[in-house]
Design a protein around this ligand. Structure first.
Ligand SMILES: [Zn+2]
Length: 114
C-alpha cells in the first residue's frame, strides 16, 4: 500500500439523527427482519446481507415505512465511525463513509422510546 505522509484524511462529523429513524430490512430468502435505527444522519443501503445465522440471502429496505409493523426494539444501529475506526476500514468502506454513508453495528445501548 502506498503511503503519503502529507495526505490528510477527513471524514464527515457525526451528527445525531432524529430519534424516529427506524427501518427494517427483510430477507427475501428466510424472512428474517433486520431492525435498525439510525443514530447519526447519513445514507443507508437499499440491500444488506442477511444477518440470520446460516442464511446467505439478501435483505431489502422498507425505506423507513415501518409504522404499524411489529418488529420489537432495534438490534442494529447505523452510525458514523470515529476517526480511529475510519482509518482501519477498507477502501470501499472509507469511500462509503466519506460520501456520507453510515456503518452498521450491533446496537450498543437500549433503544429508549422518546
Ligand atoms: Zn435470510
Amino acid at each position: 500500500m502506498r503511503r503519503e505522509g502529507k495526505t490528510k484524511l477527513r471524514i464527515p462529523a457525526a451528527k445525531p439523527a432524529a430519534p424516529d429513524r427506524l427501518n427494517v430490512w427483510t430477507c427475501m430468502k428466510c424472512g428474517f427482519q433486520i431492525v435498525c435505527i439510525d443514530i447519526h444522519e447519513g445514507c443507508t443501503p437499499f440491500a444488506l446481507d442477511c444477518k440470520a445465522d446460516g442464511c446467505d440471502g439478501t435483505a431489502y429496505s422498507h425505506f423507513y415505512h415501518v409504522a404499524g409493523m411489529d418488529f420489537g426494539a432495534p438490534q442494529w444501529e447505523w452510525y458514523t465511525p470515529q476517526f480511529a475506526e475510519y482509518i482501519n476500514l477498507s477502501t470501499p468502506e472509507r469511500d462509503h463513509v466519506y460520501c456520507g454513508g453510515l456503518l452498521l453495528r450491533r446496537r450498543v445501548r437500549e433503544y429508549a422510546a422518546a
